[in-house]
Design a protein around this ligand. Sequence first.
Ligand code: ADP
Ligand code: MG
Length: 623
Amino acid sequence: MVIGLTMSDKNEKREFQADVSQVLDIVTNSLYTDKEIFVRELVSNASDALEKLRHLQLTEKEVFDDNLSLEIHITTNEEDKTFTIADYGIGMTRDELHQNLGTIAHSGSKQFVKALEEQAKKESALIGQFGVGFYSAFMVASEVVVHTHSWKLDGEHLVWTSDGRTGYEIEESQGERRGTKIVVKLTEEYEEYAKEDRIKGIIENYSAFVAFPILLNGERINKVEAIWRKQKSEVSDEEYTEFYKFTSKAFDEPQYRMHFSSDTPIELNALIYAPSENTELFGFGQMEAGVSLYCKNVLIDDKPDGLLPEWARFLRGVIDSSDIPLNISRESMQDSRLVQKLNKVVIKKFLKFLDGEAKSDPEKYGKFYEKFSRFLKEGVVTDFANRDNIAKLLRFETSMTEPKENIGFEDYLARAKEDQDKIYYLITPDRKTAEAGPYLEAFKARGIEVIYFYDAVDDYLIQNLAQFQEKNLVSIDRADVELDDSVELEGESLPEADIETICSFMKDHFGDRVKKVAAGKRLIDSPVAVLTPDQGMSAQMRQMMKAMNPDEAAPPIDVEMEINPRHPLIKQLFETKGDNPDLAQLVADQLLDGALLTAGLLEDRKDLISRNIALMEAALKKD
Ligand code: ADP
Ligand code: MG
């Protein structure tokens, strides 16, 4: 022993950090109705510690107690009312004990506290996903004692003790092996967890896939297997589902699973799941990447950020490749050519898989799409390499589908007319608005299908996508839409000269409010419509900019007006302009505001109302 250092210098008492107390309080008193999950949490920590050790053995020259087998030993003692779990994993140094068990440094708890602060929905099943791990032992314990010795050669033998209320104590001790042994002293209420049968049932339930042998009172109880390296025919549906729940700590059922292996361009086995619940929709913030990276059954990283594209963060599962070096670091992950290869192969395969599923079972895909479309849209915007394949998976209603019936771009193109070289769409709050507005008329008359986009992000999505299979996406409210003459327009038109007169009358009156007034052939039932000029900003983009900078003046409205020279109202307006120009101006203003309103561009509605009253007065006046 080092001279001058007495035992008492090495023993210390500390209080928990404030947020630890908060978590402890919630965990022990209200979080889990199922107290038994503490077993799963402690087993999962033991397994993590072994996994890390296995990794260190491959990358470090020397490890303390190198000959110990990588196993988890659980013992129950009914007499003493204890549950003990020991692993020969990496153990903890003094600093690590403070860090890991005395502060909230680890990911799960941190997120958990954050979610509480944000007053997220407290659905208990989902909260379980945060796994506030180690502290769950205090739900059933009067005291927890952690014996530990780090893998580092200069490590100390340490004993950490706490009642889970005020604080903890660390003492030095003798003769510990490498790794961690946790003794849970059960309260009377929970002495059932000192029974072998009870614990056996729990482990079979939660920890069947732990990659290390678990021995209960000396007897092996789990079978260790990496199911992603097995043949599909050797794995049952139940095993697949169980594995999903185990790897992703999920409580839902997987919606899809894809299991495949490949030898070129890189050796890999992958088992990928899509969940059925999207926790981002519950207000829990961004999901973390959830496909783990393994090399020959050894975990390299369970949340590798750069492994798959960001938009694919909702995927869960495992990618195992013997070509990946074990010592690849988090930092170099994104730059690694090998990882990029994995990324490419797996995502390509997954998109193809999803496309197949969407075609063979559209109803099931529809359910998935309802919850996960935002991820696909994000992919279209951010993942250039996979853009077309993701775009294939988008679904929408159109002017030719039934409400709630969805199609994709491929269906659209398959039934488009042969000479149609564009894909037409309209961004609209809903179907009714689209069908009541003036834009659809020309397309309906010509039998051209128009896609409806309802989502606030869709405009941005389309700006980025721009094309599908080399056909431009064109909004039908744009001035530069070209229409053929195939449709016989009903009603006598105003003569050319009169059209010119009425257009310049309106333009003069509107001034800067519109760029241009002109007659066109797209309108059938409506007298006028406002159009977005070539290069102009769409109404949705404008709304988005306004929402992002509410204090700044909105960008000026940028529209052209098309008039329908066959419409009785326009013809009447031409007449009225001669006898009663004031009334004609009133009508013109009302037409413009009405058209802006339909386009989602009218900022101030008060004139619309007062003008309406003036018009009614004029209409009812007897002279
Ligand atoms: P999480 O597992 O989500 O990180 P836990 O509360 O379960 O959170 O555990 C906290 C931390 O304590 C772990 O991250 C780990 O560093 C450490 N730890 C817990 N159990 C062990 C163990 N058996 N061996 C080594 N370290 C452990
Ligand atoms: Mg844990």
